[in-house]
Design a protein around this ligand. Structure first.
Ligand code: SF4
Length: 452
């Protein structure tokens, strides 16, 4: 049987879709690109996505236009939270919850259209198994995502992820070096270690995330490792010191803040104070002056007044961070924050949009300043994609600067050394200095000059 997949949402969802594809292939099916004629399609949904319902309907319609007899299965966070809503979408045959996601081929042996949709959903109250997943970001196969942790035990008042994904669970500690070595042997040059609440990694054998970082640094892998989003309260001084001193780690962090207002942070039930976050960023910058730091922030949380927003704006304005990911708050059923909204604390949509715009403008300025501060420096990048018309390669430096340079087609998949030259705030134009062989220490790269 031919089967295709469609993924919405975060990198973790993409990693899990890859794992699902693998399971279908093991069961003897053939994975075909989405949009090709197919016998079945599996849609992996997200709860954070705005209009998840609308998007899901559109994808089902697109599938059935191309393949009217295709079996349509829907899984992912939205499926776990709103199975009936999804089952009511015309053309959907089955809905699979978080526990059932990786059992789809076994649950539906013979994929054909059902007369009435089936829901395979269990409660997520007990312990859940950790299911390994990894994915590849680009066609050039330079960067892989490796899931080390899933679920979340926190109770941030705006978030449905703990309801959709269940309790925190982690990959076995001794598997981590094995998986990284395997990716290295497969030719990847960068691995992004990720999780829903990655810093909350807790192996059944007792190791925590600091142990993971220490273990990877000791491995000295022949690739670079990037830490995906990590909660500020879990980013320990030891992790910062290891990242600062180890060539294995990219000099970048992504640290959700969500609000710079102490009162809103409290209402969000976040586990740190604004002053702590402020000190954390300064600690990182003094240990790693070039560190790229991304920040998640939510505007329009229920009860957020102009004064609260101004606190957030000024707080971020004064912080040496590189860019912001700005989200407009949107109500999620079954969360305390949605109750605050229902109780009259909702922020009007046009104000959410205005605040979002102000922070996006601030983000653009921060990014421009950060990129400009890097001009003149030599950095290692892994070329990912090439514009055939201009001959320009695009890649990311270890400290998360997007850069472009003119290079040969064969440059792909090989780390190179570039000098960053000038920026328009979106990207930095660079000149190619040479190939790095093998993946070299970032401080004193040994490289082979390229004669163009
Ligand atoms: S840490 Fe908070 S925001 Fe992040 S997944 Fe857990 S509950 Fe959601």
């Amino acid at each position: 049987m031919n089967v295709s997949f469609y993924t919405l949402g975060c990198k973790l969802n993409y990693a899990e879709t890859s794992q699902l594809q693998h399971l279908f292939e093991q069961a003897g099916h053939t994975v075909v690109p989405f949009g090709n004629p197919t016998d079945a399609v599996i849609i992996n949904t997200c709860t954070v996505t705005e209009n998840a319902d609308k998007e899901c309907r559109q994808i089902v319609r697109r599938t059935l236009r191309q393949s009217p007899q295709a079996f349509v299965g829907v899984t992912g966070c939205y499926a776990q939270l709103q199975p009936e809503e999804i089952a009511s979408i015309e053309g959907v045959d089955a809905v699979f919850g978080a526990k059932e996601k990786f059992q789809i081929p076994a649950l539906i042996g013979d994929f054909h259209k059902f007369d009435t949709p089936h829901c395979f959903i269990s409660e997520l109250d007990g312990d859940l198994d950790f299911v390994e997943s990894q994915s590849v970001e680009t066609d050039s196969r330079t960067r892989a995502f490796l899931k080390l942790q899933d679920g979340c035990d926190y109770k941030c008042s705006f978030c449905t992820i703990p309801l959709a994904r269940g309790k925190s669970r982690s990959m076995a500690f001794d598997l981590i070096p094995q998986r990284i070595k395997r990716l290295e042997a497969e030719g990847f040059h960068e691995v992004v270690i990720s999780g829903i609440n990655l810093g909350d990694y807790a192996a059944q054998t007792g190791e925590n995330f600091t142990d993971v970082v220490r273990c990877i640094a000791a491995m000295k892998p022949n690739l670079r490792v990037r830490i995906s989003s990590i909660e500020p309260n879990l980013l320990t001084p030891e992790i910062i010191n290891i990242v600062a001193s180890s060539d294995a780690f990219c000099k970048s962090f992504h640290i959700p803040l969500q609000s710079g207002s102490p009162e809103i942070l409290r209402m969000m039930r976040r586990r740190y104070k604004a002053e702590y976050y402020h000190d954390l960023i300064h600690r990182i910058k003094s240990a790693i002056p070039d560190c790229g730091i991304g920040v998640d922030v939510i505007v329009g949380f229920p009860g957020e007044t102009d004064t609260h927003f101004e606190e957030t704006f000024q707080f971020l304005h004064g912080l040496p961070v590189s860019y912001l990911h700005v989200f407009s708050y949107s109500e999620r059923e079954n969360t305390p924050a949605a109750e605050y909204s229902a109780a009259g604390q909702s922020v009007p949509m046009h104000i959410r949009a205005e605040r979002s715009k102000r922070l996006r403008t601030l983000s653009a300025k921060k990014k421009f300043e950060f990129y400009r501060s890097q001009c003149g420096l030599e950095k290692t990048i892994i070329p990912e994609t090439r514009n055939e018309a201009t001959g320009q390669w695009v890649g990311w430096t270890e400290n998360y600067v997007r850069t472009e340079f003119v290079g040969q087609q064969t440059t792909v998949q090989k780390p190179v050394l570039v000098r960053l030259l000038e920026t328009d705030g979106e990207t930095v134009q660079s000149e190619l200095l040479g190939n790095i062989t093998p993946f070299a220490p970032q401080q004193q790269p040994s490289y082979i000059p390229i004669i163009m």
